[in-house]
Design a protein around this ligand. Structure first.
Ligand SMILES: *[C@@H]1O[C@H](CO)[C@@H](O)[C@H](O)[C@H]1NC(C)=O
Ligand SMILES: *[C@@H]1O[C@H](CO)[C@@H](O)[C@H](O)[C@H]1NC(C)=O
Ligand SMILES: *[C@@H]1O[C@H](CO)[C@@H](O)[C@H](O)[C@H]1NC(C)=O
Ligand SMILES: *[C@@H]1O[C@H](CO)[C@@H](O)[C@H](O)[C@H]1NC(C)=O
Ligand SMILES: *[C@@H]1O[C@H](CO)[C@@H](O)[C@H](O)[C@H]1NC(C)=O
Ligand SMILES: *[C@@H]1O[C@H](CO)[C@@H](O)[C@H](O)[C@H]1NC(C)=O
Ligand SMILES: *[C@@H]1O[C@H](CO)[C@@H](O)[C@H](O)[C@H]1NC(C)=O
Ligand SMILES: *[C@@H]1O[C@H](CO)[C@@H](O)[C@H](O)[C@H]1NC(C)=O
Ligand SMILES: *[C@@H]1O[C@H](CO)[C@@H](O)[C@H](O)[C@H]1NC(C)=O
Ligand SMILES: *[C@@H]1O[C@H](CO)[C@@H](O)[C@H](O)[C@H]1NC(C)=O
Ligand SMILES: *[C@@H]1O[C@H](CO)[C@@H](O)[C@H](O)[C@H]1NC(C)=O
Ligand SMILES: *[C@@H]1O[C@H](CO)[C@@H](O)[C@H](O)[C@H]1NC(C)=O
Length: 648
C-alpha cells in the first residue's frame, strides 16, 4: 500500500488526484417493493342522445369561475373553462366593440401570454372512436388594447388543424372539425408561432351520428355550411339544428328563391338530422332551362374536398310534372340522378374531389319539367392526421407522474407534441411515429413522496433529474433497469435507505452518471441501519495539493468498521507519471474537493498531520477528507505512516 502511495508526492503539480476505488462491495441493496401498483380506473360511459347539445361541451372561454349561463338566443348553457385548462388569463373585449349583436360567448377571451403551447382537454362522455364536431371560436375584439391582430396555430391532438387569423378586430372566426379521436381525451391546443399571443373565445363539442360525415381517412375541416335561399338572412343553429351546426345564409347569383312554410321531415329525419328551417328554403335557376351554377374558390389544389348536398322538395309537384337532375362538379358528373320527395330531406354525398376552385352545376334531365333545386350545402376539406401522439405507455406513465406529484407546470395536452413538449420533458423525433420521452427534468419542482414507480415505464429515458426536491423513501431497484438511463440526479432530497447494487455497478462502470449527494438519510455504504450493525465511518484520506495556496496531497480510502473490528474495504491509489487513470479510479480537482466537503464545513476529527472533513462524493458516497498541511514539512511521511499504522 505504502509503495502505491509513494507516487502521490506530487506537491507542486498542477493536477490533483484523489484516486480511489469506489467500494461498490460495501453497498448492499435493500428491497424496494414499497410501491403499490396503481389501480386502473374503468370508466363507464354514460349513454346520451346524440343530439343532446345542452349536455355536451359548451365552454365560454374567459368568463369567471362560477359564472355559467344559458344563452337566451340559443338556449345553450355555457360553462367557464377552468375545468378544461389551467393556464391563461381572462380578458374582456374592448367596450367599443361589444354590442348586443354579438353572441355573448365572444365578449370574453382566455389569452395565453405565457408558454408557447396551451391545450384544452375535452373528455366527452362517449369516449374515443366516435364522431365529434369540435368548434373553436375566436374574436379578437382588441381585448389586449394593443390593436394588433394576432395569428397563431390551432391543433387538435398533435396535428395542425388550422391557422387562426383575422380580417379585423370584430371578425368572428369559427374553426370547425369533424373528428374521430383515437383517445378519450381530446386536446385542442393553441400554439404561439411568434405572430401574437394566442387566445380563444369559445370551444364547443358535439357528438354526431357515426354514419353521416365520414371521410375515407382523416378528419373533415369545415369550409362552408350554407343555407340556400334563406328568407331571413340569419344564421341557423341550435336548437333549430339539433346538432348545433351553424348554417350561414347564402344566395347564389342567377338564383331564384323557393320556400315552404310546412315543416320538412316532420315524420322523422334522416341521420343527418337536418334543420327544417334550413330545408324549407331553396334556390333554383332563374331561367328554368339553365343549370343551377355556383362556385367556390378555396385555393387548395392538392386537397380533397368532401361535399354534402342537402335537398328537399318544397313545391307540390303535379302529376304531369317532374323534377329530376344530375350534379356535376368541376365538369365531372358526381353522384346519382336526384329525384326528390315532397318535404323529405335527402343528402347526396359526392365523391371526394380536388381543385383550387369548386364549380357546381345541377342539370335538369331532358325529361324533367322542373328545374333543379338546392336547399343546403356543406363543403369540408379532408385532413389526414399523419402524426401519431406520444407512445401510449410513455404518455400514461408521465400522466401518472404528473398526478402523483401534482405537477403544476402547464403540463397539458400530449406530452411531446406539438413542439415544444411539456416543460422539463424532451422527446425523440421519430417521423410520424409516436415520439418517446427521453429525458425528464423535475428539478426544484417541490416534489414530495417517494420516487414514482411510473418512472419505470419510461423505457427510453436517458436523463432523469429529480434534484432539489423533498423526495423520501428508498432508491428503487427499477432505476437500474432503465436500459438507456445515462444520467440520474437525485441530489438534494430526503431519500433514505441504501443504494441498489445494480445502480452502483452502472455507476462504477461509467454507464451511468449518478448524483446522490445532499440526501442526509441515504446510506451509501452498508451495513445500513436496519442491518443491525454499527454504522459506518468511511474515511477517505485525501492528499490535496492546493492550487495557489499550499495544501495538499491526498489519499482516499474507504473502509468499514464492524463492532470495533476493522472490517473493511480497500482503496487503491495509483498514479504513474503521465499515465492514464484506470477507469475505476477517480480524480478530483481542488474545486471538487471544496464542493465535496461543502467548503470544508464539517470537521469530523484531527489527525496527526491535519484536519479530517466530512463530505459527499457526487454519487452520494460519504467520505472523510484528510487535509495535509504542507507547512508541516514531515507531513507527507507522517501521513503515510499513519495510514500504514491504521492498517490501510
Ligand atoms: C364556486 O362555487 C363553489 C361551490 O358553490 C365554491 O366552493 C367556490 O368557492 C366558488 N368559487 C368562486 C370563485 O366563487
Ligand atoms: C370583464 O367585465 C366584467 C363586467 O363587465 C367585470 O366584472 C370583469 O371584472 C371584467 N374582467 C376582466 C378580466 O377585466
Ligand atoms: C375603440 O376605442 C379606441 C380607443 O379607446 C379607438 O382607438 C378605436 O378606434 C375604437 N374602435 C372603434 C371600432 O370604435
Ligand atoms: C371584419 O371582417 C369581417 C370578415 O372579413 C367582415 O365581414 C366585416 O365586415 C369586417 N368588419 C369591419 C368593421 O370591418
Ligand atoms: C416561443 O416561441 C417564440 C417564437 O416562435 C420563440 O422565440 C420563443 O423562444 C419560444 N419560447 C419558448 C419558451 O419556447
Ligand atoms: C356506428 O355505431 C353503431 C352503434 O353505435 C355501430 O354498430 C356501427 O358499427 C357504427 N358504424 C361505424 C361506421 O362506425
Ligand atoms: C300540367 O297540368 C296542368 C293542369 O292539370 C296544366 O295546367 C299544366 O300546363 C300542365 N303542365 C305541363 C308541364 O304539362
Ligand atoms: C346529366 O345531365 C346532363 C344534361 O341533361 C346530361 O348531358 C348528362 O348526360 C347527364 N349525366 C348523367 C350521368 O345522367
Ligand atoms: C327520365 O329519364 C331518366 C333516364 O334519363 C329515367 O331514369 C327517368 O325515369 C325518366 N323520368 C321520367 C319521369 O320519365
Ligand atoms: C434541469 O433544470 C434545471 C433548471 O430548472 C437545470 O438547472 C438543470 O441543469 C436541468 N437538468 C438537466 C439534466 O438538464
Ligand atoms: C431548490 O428549489 C427551491 C424551490 O423549490 C429553489 O428556491 C432553489 O433555488 C433551488 N435550489 C437550487 C440549488 O436549485
Ligand atoms: C455496466 O454495468 C451494468 C450492470 O452491471 C451492465 O448492465 C452494463 O452492461 C455495464 N456497462 C458497461 C459499459 O460495462
Amino acid at each position: 500500500m505504502a509503495e502505491k502511495c509513494r507516487g502521490i508526492e506530487a506537491w507542486g503539480s498542477i493536477m490533483w488526484f484523489i484516486l480511489l476505488q469506489l467500494l461498490a462491495i460495501c453497498l448492499e441493496t435493500k428491497g424496494s417493493n414499497v410501491f403499490a401498483s396503481g389501480a386502473s380506473i374503468i370508466q363507464e360511459h354514460a349513454r346520451r342522445r346524440l343530439d343532446d347539445v345542452a349536455g355536451s361541451i359548451n365552454v365560454d372561454c374567459g368568463i369567471p369561475e362560477n359564472s355559467s349561463y344559458t344563452d337566451p338566443s340559443t338556449d345553450i348553457p355555457y360553462v367557464p373553462d377552468g375545468e378544461y385548462i389551467d393556464t391563461g388569463v381572462n380578458k374582456n373585449i374592448t367596450a367599443n366593440i361589444s354590442s348586443n349583436e354579438l353572441p355573448r360567448y365572444v365578449m370574453t377571451v382566455r389569452s395565453f401570454p405565457q408558454g408557447n403551447r396551451s391545450c384544452y382537454t375535452l373528455r366527452p362522455p362517449e369516449g374515443k372512436a366516435k364522431v365529434y364536431l369540435i368548434r373553436a371560436t375566436f374574436m379578437y375584439g382588441n381585448y389586449d388594447n394593443l390593436d394588433k391582430l394576432p395569428e397563431f396555430s390551432l391543433y387538435v391532438g398533435v396535428n395542425l388543424w388550422d391557422t387562426v387569423k383575422f380580417d379585423n378586430a370584430s371578425h368572428i372566426v369559427n374553426k370547425e372539425i369533424i373528428h374521430v379521436p383515437t383517445m378519450d381525451n381530446i386536446y385542442v391546443c393553441l400554439l404561439n408561432t411568434g405572430s401574437g399571443t394566442p387566445f380563444i373565445s369559445a370551444l364547443e363539442l358535439r357528438h354526431l351520428h357515426n354514419s353521416t360525415y365520414t371521410a375515407k381517412s382523416g378528419s373533415l375541416i369545415l369550409c362552408q355550411r350554407l343555407d340556400f335561399g334563406s328568407t331571413t338572412n340569419k344564421i341557423v343553429r341550435y336548437n333549430e339544428d339539433v346538432y348545433d351546426r351553424i348554417w350561414f345564409p347564402y344566395n347564389c347569383p342567377q338564383c331564384a328563391l323557393l320556400h315552404t312554410s310546412s315543416t320538412v321531415d316532420s315524420l322523422g329525419s334522416s341521420e343527418f338530422n337536418l334543420p327544417s328551417k334550413v330545408m324549407q328554403t331553396a334556390v333554383q335557376p332563374i331561367n328554368a332551362d339553365e343549370p343551377l351554377n355556383f362556385e367556390f374558390d378555396f385555393g387548395n389544389p392538392n386537397e380533397n374536398f368532401y361535399v354534402f348536398m342537402h335537398f328537399a322538395e318544397v313545391e307540390r309537384v303535379q302529376m304531369n310534372q317532374s323534377r329530376e337532375f344530375n350534379i356535376s362538379l368541376n365538369d365531372l358528373v358526381l353522384g346519382e340522378v336526384v329525384v326528390l320527395q315532397y318535404l323529405r330531406s335527402k343528402t347526396i354525398t359526392l365523391q371526394p374531389v380536388r381543385g383550387a376552385k369548386l364549380s357546381f352545376s345541377l342539370y335538369k334531365l331532358a325529361n324533367s319539367t322542373l328545374p333543379p333545386i338546392l336547399n343546403a350545402l356543406e363543403i369540408y376539406l379532408e385532413k389526414i392526421f399523419w402524426q401519431q401522439p406520444t407512445n401510449q405507455e410513455d404518455a400514461n406513465a408521465i400522466e401518472d407522474i404528473k398526478s402523483t406529484y401534482n405537477v403544476v407546470k402547464g403540463w397539458q395536452g400530449d406530452p411531446c407534441l406539438p413542439h415544444p413538449s411539456w416543460d422539463g420533458l424532451n422527446c425523440n423525433k421519430n417521423g410520424y411515429h409516436p415520439p418517446r420521452i427521453i429525458s425528464l427534468n423535475l428539478s426544484s419542482s417541490g416534489l414530495t413522496g417517494e420516487i414514482s414507480p411510473s418512472l419505470s415505464n419510461l423505457k427510453l429515458l436517458q436523463h432523469l433529474d429529480l434534484s432539489n426536491n423533498s423526495l423520501t423513501g428508498g432508491l428503487p431497484e427499477f432505476l437500474s433497469e432503465l436500459p438507456n438511463l445515462r444520467t440520474l440526479n437525485l441530489q438534494g432530497n430526503k431519500l433514505s435507505g441504501s443504494v441498489p447494487l445494480a445502480l452502483m455497478e452502472r455507476f462504477n462502470n461509467r454507464s451511468l452518471s449518478l448524483r446522490l449527494d445532499w440526501n442526509p438519510e441515504l446510506c451509501l455504504v452498508s451495513p445500513c441501519k436496519g442491518d443491525q450493525k454499527k454504522s459506518v465511518v468511511v474515511p477517505v484520506v485525501a492528499t490535496i495539493v492546493p492550487f495557489v495556496v499550499i495544501l495538499t496531497a491526498l489519499i482516499v480510502i474507504l473502509c468499514i468498521y464492524r463492532r470495533k473490528k476493522v472490517a473493511w474495504m480497500f482503496a487503491s491509489f495509483q498514479k504513474e507519471k503521465g499515465s492514464q487513470l484506470r477507469s475505476d479510479n477517480r480524480q478530483f480537482t481542488y474545486a471538487e474537493i471544496v464542493r465535496i466537503t461543502n467548503n470544508f464545513s464539517t470537521i469530523i476529527g484531527k489527525g496527526g498531520f491535519g484536519t479530517v472533513y466530512h463530505g459527499y462524493l457526487s454519487d452520494g458516497t460519504q467520505v472523510a477528507v484528510k487535509m495535509l498541511s504542507p507547512t508541516s514539512g514531515h507531513g507527507s511521511t507522517q501521513f503515510q505512516t499513519e495510514i500504514k499504522q491504521e492498517g490501510y
